[in-house]
Design a protein around this ligand. Sequence first.
Ligand SMILES: CC/C=C(/N=C/c1c(COP(=O)(O)O)cnc(C)c1O)C(=O)O
Length: 382
Amino acid sequence: RYFGEFGGQFVPETLIPALDELEEGYIAFKKDKKAQKQLNDMLKTYVGRPTPLYFAKNFSDYVGAKVYLKREDLAHTGAHKINNTLAQGFLAKFMGKNRIIAETGAGQHGVATATVCALLGLECVIYMGKTDVERQSINVDKMKILGASVISVEKSGGTLKSAINEALRDWVTNVKTTHYLLGSVVGPHPFPTIVGDFQSIIGKEAKRQIKQYENRLCDVIVACVGGGSNAYGIFSAFLKDNVELYGIEAGGRSVNLGDHSATLSLGTKGILHGALSYLLQKNANVASVHSISAGLDYPGVGPMHSYLKDTKRVIYDYVFDNQALEGFFALSKLEGIIPALESSHALGYVLANKEKFKNKIIIINLSGRGDKDLDIIKAVQQ
Ligand SMILES: CC/C=C(/N=C/c1c(COP(=O)(O)O)cnc(C)c1O)C(=O)O
């Protein structure tokens, strides 16, 4: 329930029974051998796991380090989000829920949720900020093709925070029939624990793979941090090892409040969406934020990351929009892999710190592919 002082359930009383039901359902689901076998079989045959750990030779030569990419971009729907949505889809069915709601920013979580709802025959409603509906339109089209209804949210900035606000509002009203398929390690307990657990498959695979290829662990792991699910997923297998972990947030346009989403580097402790964590706020109001990437454009962060920051187990930093774009184009032109703008923040960080990482063995979590971002790229190229 807590990660040090962080986490908890700071929600209206009416949600507590639903959170208790979810925690009980999750514990039973984890113990159910048949359900776990079905999930593991589908992670293999439907999602395409294990995803490759790819030695990026050209990118490595350019950086001066030995860089492996954990290829979550090759998972079905093109990002790590499917790891969580498939498991939560099975969990929802296990709990007898037949209506799924979700929030989305980059649209990857929305597509991954709609995908699983199509597969499992569940009704699907996705809340998405108006700004994000416009800048990730390819994913809105996909969600509709997959049978989901997409509700555009105009209030309070029209990005991920607004989408989560509306999804939580829906859940309070429809909690009897509806499972809220939360897309990152944020929200009230047990969501961070559940999503973190479902994403931990990334780290388990990466650890086995790096030992297979190098006969040792890597020196460094770098992952981008929006809510923090892909980062926690890969970090989780290495927390007790002598491996440096870097979580990279969105520095946006500048370090001025409102220009970025670097919650862990520049925020303070606060409560958002039911959890105590670091938060970008101004006079106790949630601050507006910015990132070139919709998936990092969020003023909160998962509570376990706040704990990992305060205990100094993970180093959190940020790169600006232009540095993320450098990572985007470097991987595209050197390796023929077009990364998501979110993942590009991790790539940009390594490019911006060549001396720090010289001759190190590094795993970068390539959380998704960049098809969804082509309109944004075209706009910045003009
Ligand atoms: C749950 C809201 C976040 C979304 N995406 C976040 C995202 C992120 C950041 O989310 P986290 O891993 O949870 O920090 C990283 N990489 C890709 C490819 C992403 O799409 C979404 O709506 O698709």
